[in-house]
Design a binder for this molecule. Structure first.
Ligand SMILES: [Zn+2]
Length: 320
């Protein structure tokens, strides 16, 4: 599989290879081991999320500190906004990291909290793996800024594009899923961004959820972003010819073209933000059970989405 990745990346990314600096291929070869399920090096990005992460808990705090430490260790001008708030007797905290000062932002997000029940629930696909993928993608963007600034920055500046990476707290219900007992972090951030005017500058919100375990189809949910979905589907088809999860011809959800799966995108979607929701349907069989653990993650799935989303974000910026 590794060979397949490298060959395809050479084809997809010629402009980064021409003028020196790092190539996508080199980056992924060097960095995919950081997402290893088995090698617990101190730089591993995936294993620190292998814990319960209920809002306000000590474990949640450790995970927040791990995420913040990671961004502090990067080279680029990342801006951190953390927002701590209380709701339903619990403390929550959203973390937002921004790269670049821009007129428009591509935002990529996942939730880092885990369900309160059943006790011991880790939520490896829900959404530990997605959080690790966000770190990987951030590292990718950071390296491009650091090593290829002369090449990359004019393109991003010319397009007026920056990136926001969002870690939501409190996606899960504390007791039973209801409008006022779920999506704590995303409702909070969407409200703040509506008041500050930031929402008007979000070009696209890519929301990751339930990725990393057995491969399931991931349909296109919204007509407004089907164009982006097609771009990602073509990257996937170039990347692997086995077990394609995206199918741009599957228009089942586009006909309804509304919210059918409630997740952190909802407060943003309702406020008019373009959303690409990357969540499998049907959900993984381990969904909301104790079996949604690291034994049920698949290395190939984690690696695949890390590579595809890195490529996709640059593709979004370059084509604007
Ligand atoms: Zn969940």
């Amino acid at each position: 599989m590794f060979t397949a990745i490298t060959i395809v990346l050479w084809i997809l990314s010629p402009w980064l290879l021409v003028e020196g600096g790092i190539s996508f291929e080199e980056f992924h070869r060097e960095n995919l081991p950081l997402l290893s399920l088995t090698n617990s090096s101190e730089n591993n990005l995936l294993l620190p999320f292998n814990t319960t992460r209920t809002p306000g808990s000590e474990e949640s705090l450790k995970v927040q500190n791990f995420i913040k430490r990671f961004y502090r260790g990067m080279e680029g001008p990342w801006q951190l906004e953390e927002d701590s708030f209380e709701a339903n007797g619990r403390r929550f905290k959203n973390l937002v990291f921004t790269l670049g000062e821009a007129s428009h932002y591509v935002t990529i997000a996942a939730h880092y909290d885990s369900k309160v029940a059943p006790e011991g629930f880790v939520g490896a696909s829900d959404s530990a793996a997605s959080c690790a993928i966000l770190l990987y993608v951030s590292r990718f963007l950071d390296r491009l800024y650091d090593e290829d600034a002369a090449l990359l920055e004019p393109r991003l500046r010319g397009a007026g594009i920056g990136f926001k990476i969002v870690f939501f707290d409190g996606e899960e219900a504390l007791q039973q899923w209801r409008a006022d007992d779920s999506l704590y972090g995303s409702r909070r951030l969407a409200g703040q961004w509506a008041r500050s005017g930031t929402l008007d500058h979000i070009e696209l919100l890519v929301l990751l959820d339930l990725l990393g375990s057995e491969p399931q189809p991931i349909p296109s949910y919204f007509r407004e972003t089907h164009w982006y979905y097609e771009r990602l589907a073509s990257l996937e088809a170039a990347y692997t010819h086995q077990e394609l999860q995206l199918d741009a011809q599957d228009h089942r959800f586009l006909q309804a073209n509304g919210v059918t799966i409630e997740d952190d995108h909802v407060p943003f979607y309702e406020a008019g933000v373009a959303v690409l929701h990357l969540v499998p349907w049907p959900f993984p069989s381990v969904w909301h059970t104790l079996e949604d653990d690291y034994d049920h993650l698949q290395q190939g799935q984690v690696d695949k989405w890390a590579v595809l989303l890195s490529e996709f974000l640059i593709d979004c910026a370059a084509r604007r």
